[in-house]
Design a protein around this ligand. Sequence first.
Ligand SMILES: [Zn+2]
Length: 459
Amino acid sequence: MIAINKIREEKAKFVDLAQKMWDYPEVAYNEVKAAEWTAEMMKGYGFEVEVGAYDLPTCVVARYGSGHPVIGLLGELDALPGMSQKLQTSKEAVVPGGAGQGCGHNLLNVACLAAAVGIKAEMEAKNLPGTIVFYGCPAEEVLTGKVFMARNGAFRDLDCAFAWHGGMANAIGLGGGNGLNSAIFHFKGRTAHAGGDPHNGRSALDAAEIMSVGANYLREHVTSDIRIHYSYKEAGTAPNIVPDKAAVWYYVRGASRPTIEETYNRLVKVAEGAAHMTETELEIEFLGGCYNGMANEYMAKMTYELMGQMEKPTYTQEELDFADALNKQSPNYEMAMASGMLAGGPIMTTLAPMVKMMGGGGSTDVADVQHIVPCIMVSTATCNAAAPGHSWQITACAGHSIGYKGMLFGSEVMAAAAIKMMEEPEHLVAAKAEFDEYMKDKTYKCPIPMDIPIPQPQK
Ligand SMILES: [Zn+2]
């Protein structure tokens, strides 16, 4: 296959870009270098490139071709704070407290980029009509990058889209994943000497604590898909000063936008009640939200079948030993042993069964794209089979040949599936029919209102 040959020929360049992003991890909305390197490479491959697309300074869009079908590939650029890790099998940061590729987005970005390059080569050779659009998306880790992009018009012109994520297994998910709303509740009170004149104080910390008591009672009276988490951002300075400022950051997760919005609105009432009780002022900083996952089953099954027939990566003894050493230090090791996850070796080489997940778990802003066009997320093994999510082990593998092998396999799978959709139009028709049926009584309503500003790079 031309696309796959092209990906293999250009392998060194792709690995080099992924390595650069691993060496220089940038957190959400600060992916300045990653965006620059990505844009440069895509220009070199003859794509029409825009940096700062949809008013997001670090968003890259690279297009090739014209007309339909228009197929999107969703790369991601951001690293995780606190995930710095050396390329070794014991936990040690390169920069203590620094950022690192703890979710492997260096691989994610390059897997989608390389797929686009491969698809372009095949389109050129065969004169295939259509357009390929690669997105270097900022800020997936804060779950708002693609949502801001969607708010400002992205993805509407696509016929379908592919996302990819490295992980423990070679697999394709069928839905699942919660949507969420994220907001910081700021309370403002009046300071006073806690011993001398407490009657003059109005404690913002009291308001925050009462809000959390209310939220914890609310938990009992919501549907079982709802998850509410919070963390204190600000809670006063010293016990003898009545805190005049406090802030709590909340996530409300759920299996559908209506349940998320309903619960979020009730949480706002809880916060207002807390402010009322403590005579403090409430200000809500709405950070964003995203949809629940909704993979296109037709595309997932078609791609899964292709993936099953494709050549999987094989590993050297050094790679297997590296993964084995990591597995043995994982808190998931016992569970992975018991469940047979390690039966095939320290890195998964087989295809995991396709299972339909119903809600639950974490969130991703890919879900918003899944509510705009038919879209799936492909996964390939890029780390040791027992690695915990968002961990130093993932960072280590994302800079290792284990990660690069999975990344390139992911590119090949996406390229093969995209070409199939270009050459055999009936697949797109079927994927669209399923999507239209699911969306027939829904419309995509962006979870982030127009007046919320797009975060800017901090450097
Ligand atoms: Zn991720």
